[in-house]
Design a protein around this ligand. Structure first.
Ligand SMILES: [Zn+2]
Length: 274
């Protein structure tokens, strides 16, 4: 009841979810369709697959924009099918998928939502097998979906999904609308350059679909790039000892929690020499 479809372009749909303000995508070609992200647990994925089947009977392929649970844990519901992701996304699911699953189950238990925790705990992790290094083109029949990695930003392995003939780009969590970008584990310093490359793919009329929140345009992405660059600069100054953390929080365009996460992410990344 809280979910709804938006047709953002001809035969390109976005399913908006109240939970986490999540946006999942569906691109319809003449011979096949592409499902962009699969939801946060086995039940969510099953519901999402049913919703897709209510729209189209076309054979589907799946692309995972990145390994975070809310984008990748619903994949089992779509099998058997090709599952696309960046090669480092697969590596991250291998290394940290189970840990991510127990972490989020605990978070939901602590929030007093044991039913969601149980769904996450009961989720089988699916490893993508169609691996992308830089770029892949999927022919859906009369329409191509281009999967591109633009560099390290929200994660080490974000893929964007560009559908040129519909003028739509799914940005995953490289862009967020309605909430600050999620900086935990990110690379704040290189994120703005990734958004610059993203902006080179789009025009002023392109619909950009964030991983969370309503669709936006290039102007929104440009503004968010400026905010992320500002936070990265503040975080760099804190790490260098040139700025007290509280002053960085005060000057930041984002709330304290996001700013502190960016400082922590940048510090951790620099310490590990990445
Ligand atoms: Zn994410």
């Amino acid at each position: 009841m809280s979910e709804r479809w938006i047709e953002v372009a001809d035969r390109v749909l976005v399913r908006r979810h109240k939970e986490l303000d999540l946006s999942l995508g569906l691109v319809l070609g003449e011979n096949a369709c592409l499902v962009v992200d699969t939801g946060g647990d086995v039940v969510h994925g099953t519901n999402w697959a049913t919703e897709v089947r209510a729209v189209t009977a076309l054979p589907w392929q799946v692309v995972i924009t990145h390994a975070h649970f809310d984008h990748s844990f619903g994949t089992a519901a779509f099998l058997p099918c090709p599952v696309w992701a960046h090669e480092a996304c697969r590596a991250e699911l291998v290394a940290e998928g189970a840990q991510q699953r127990s972490h989020w189950a605990q978070v939901y238990r602590e929030q007093g939502r044991p039913e969601v925790a149980a769904r996450i705990t009961g989720t089988d992790l699916v490893l993508p097998e169609q691996l992308v290094t830089d770029r892949a083109e999927l022919d859906l029949g009369g329409r191509t979906a281009v999967l591109v990695n633009l560099g390290v930003a929200h994660t080490s392995h974000d893929l964007v999904v560009h559908v040129p003939n519909a003028d739509v780009l799914f940005a995953g969590d490289l862009v967020e609308n309605g909430a600050p970008p999620a900086f935990e584990g990110s690379s704040p310093a290189t994120w703005p350059a990734v958004l610059t490359r993203l902006l080179e793919l789009v025009g002023s009329r392109t619909v950009v679909v964030p991983g969370h929140g309503e669709p936006v345009d290039a102007g929104f992405v440009t503004r968010q790039r400026g905010q992320i660059a500002a936070v990265a600069e503040l975080a760099t100054a804190v790490q260098a000892g040139d700025l007290p953390e509280q002053e960085a929080v005060h000057r930041s365009p984002f709330p304290a929690e996001a700013t502190l996460a960016a400082i922590k992410a940048l510090t951790t990344r620099n310490r590990s020499g990445e």
